[in-house]
Design a protein around this ligand. Structure first.
Ligand code: BTN
Length: 231
């Protein structure tokens, strides 16, 4: 697999950079990866700022979407977790729809944007919350568990991409493996959509990746978007 990889010390956003390059037909290859040690203007889902100044992996790449487009970001989250377990014996859990969880804190997330017949996937992984990067939750992936130098960060981004592109999952594998890694499976949770908040037990994902929750009146409700909280 031939990968066009460009790594930067500092970039505004790997996602904006790759999207703009694709819009301007700069790349002709199928596999394109942009990574950076630091981003000055990284962003996450719903346009939220993504702090990316300190100890982390920040990358964006092109990929063929899963046959069910809405399963693609769940698939990437599952594969990122597999990769870190295989390489570093680090266990990264998942929160619906595509948050990466370490020691009860959000350590990363996946962003998906469509572009022609491909998707642009952004992965942000912060190894420490010491810059209040993500939330008030505390976590630290210590340098002992994840030994990295500035040089190896670039290689690790490439290795992560290779692993993902070479380990694609079927729809049923994604749904099963997401359930196995999900931190809130069978737990009480709430899903907010704007002003509306729904409470119940998270049962798993439907065939399109939607959240299935048993609400307090005993009926099942499905959610295609929203912010999930669990206790
Ligand atoms: C989320 O909101 O949970 C997804 C965050 C995705 C952040 C990554 S960091 C690399 C890439 N570049 C960006 O500007 N965003 C994504």
């Amino acid at each position: 697999m031939k990968i066009n990889h460009q790594h930067f010390e500092t970039l505004n956003s790997t996602q904006s950079y790759l999207k703009e390059a694709l819009e301007n037909n700069v790349y002709q290859d199928a596999f394109n990866l942009i990574s950076a040690d630091r981003q000055t203007d990284g962003y996450g889902r719903q346009g939220r700022k993504w702090n990316s100044e300190h100890r982390g992996l920040f990358m964006s790449f092109t990929l063929r979407p899963n046959e069910i487009l809405t399963l693609t970001s769940l698939e990437i989250a599952v594969l990122v977790s597999h990769f870190f377990r295989e390489k570093f014996q680090l266990v990264i859990y998942l929160k619906w729809p595509n948050d990466l969880i370490y020691q009860d804190g959000k350590c990363g997330g996946i962003l998906l944007q469509t572009f022609n017949n491909q998707v642009i996937i952004g992965i942000g992984l912060n190894f420490s919350d010491s810059y209040r990067a993500l939330s008030s939750e505390k976590f630290e992936i210590s340098p002992n568990s994840l030994p990295l130098t500035p040089d190896s960060t670039k290689d690790l981004c490439l290795e992560t991409y290779r692993f993902i592109a070479g380990s694609r999952l079927s729809s049923s594998e994604i749904i099963d493996q997401f359930s196995n890694l999900c931190v809130h499976i069978d737990k009480r949770c709430s899903i907010s959509q704007g002003e509306d908040v729904f409470e119940g037990i998270f049962l798993g994902c439907g065939k399109n990746g939607e959240a299935v929750m048993q609400t307090n009146d005993g009926t099942n409700k499905t959610f295609f978007s929203g912010t999930l909280r669990y206790s």
